[in-house]
Design a protein around this ligand. Sequence first.
Ligand code: NAD
Ligand code: ZN
Ligand code: ZN
Length: 359
Amino acid sequence: MAKTMQAAVVTAFGQPLMLQELAIPTPGPGQILVKTEACGVCHTDLHAAKGDWPVKPNPPFIPGHEAIGIVVALGAGVTAVKEGDRVGVPWLYSACGHCEHCLSAWETVCGEAKFGGYTQNGGFADYLLADPDYVAHIPAGLSAFEAAPLICAGITTYKGLKETQARPGEWMAISGCGGLGHMAIQYAKAMGLKVAGIDIDEGKLAHATRLGADLVINARTHDPAEMLNKQTSGGAHGVLITAPSLGAFKQGVAMTRKRGTCVLVGLPPGEFPVPLFDVVAKCITVRGSFVGTRQDMVECLAFAADGKVKADVELQPLAAINTVFHRLERGDVPSRVVLDFSDVVETAKSARSAALVDA
Ligand code: NAD
Ligand code: ZN
Ligand code: ZN
């Protein structure tokens, strides 16, 4: 096995990532080494690289929390996975396993949780370490490229939709139809909900319609709450806000039907005003939701394995990461970019065969 790997590293907040040749890490006791096949690029990676949030990672670090790869080495004592397994290394990299939240299967809010591509080096690299108790087990039949967006965009929206407690036949408004949103629309349709997609980009809205949205609203040209409330006779029973824009949050609360639930998952830095009278008088629930648990992961992957949802991916090489970040920031990524690491293997193979032909 090679001793070094390529990685895209955040060396300082707000600076372009640096492509570096680093030593391949060695798994310690209880850890595994994963050879990356694919890694999705989430808007969270952009927030991480810019140091957007109050709790910050410590540069230098390697982002990426939608990494799918093959287990290639086991540290001492590992039994939960074996070499050759295909796993995903998600945002919830590990948790303590014994606090009140872990004991009640809410490991996502464990105070000792570690985060992939944030507090731990992530998947923008040829190899990464992982905790075998917290990796996703990728069902046979799903390619690494299809699976990558599911382990953050998929699980987060699947969980967020459940947290709205909307029932089949009811309206779900999904604000932001990008990486997270294009998965949310599909999960919501698979759950039997009526879907309104809201975005500020006509291309995203056209795609939302192709994915089954019953109604789409351009929030740049229309007041989405006014339009939605009219079309649904009173607003959506569930609202899921994925847009990384503060304006979308106030609109989301205004789109929520009486006694409905507005779930916040987008994480632009800052605060948004909540109209207290409306929330109180309409008995609206406003609820945060953070990725999903290991059980949510099993469930959200099963939807994909059963063919009910499918991530739309655009493959790019690791070397394109800064361009991908610029496009993501401008809203120019149609659904999800997935970094493709198979060329590393392919290049090595073709270099070997070229050498054989030459010889
Ligand atoms: P993305 O860039 O792929 O998609 C964002 C979409 O929102 C784009 O289609 C964009 O056009 C649209 N948008 C922008 N402003 C809008 C507005 N005012 N109204 C409606 N739509 C608008 O990003 P993504 O990867 O889907 O991530 C979205 C957000 O979710 C980020 O802030 C990210 O950090 C956060 N996130 C949260 C969790 C969690 O666990 N809560 C998990 C993953 C990502
Ligand atoms: Zn993410
Ligand atoms: Zn815990």
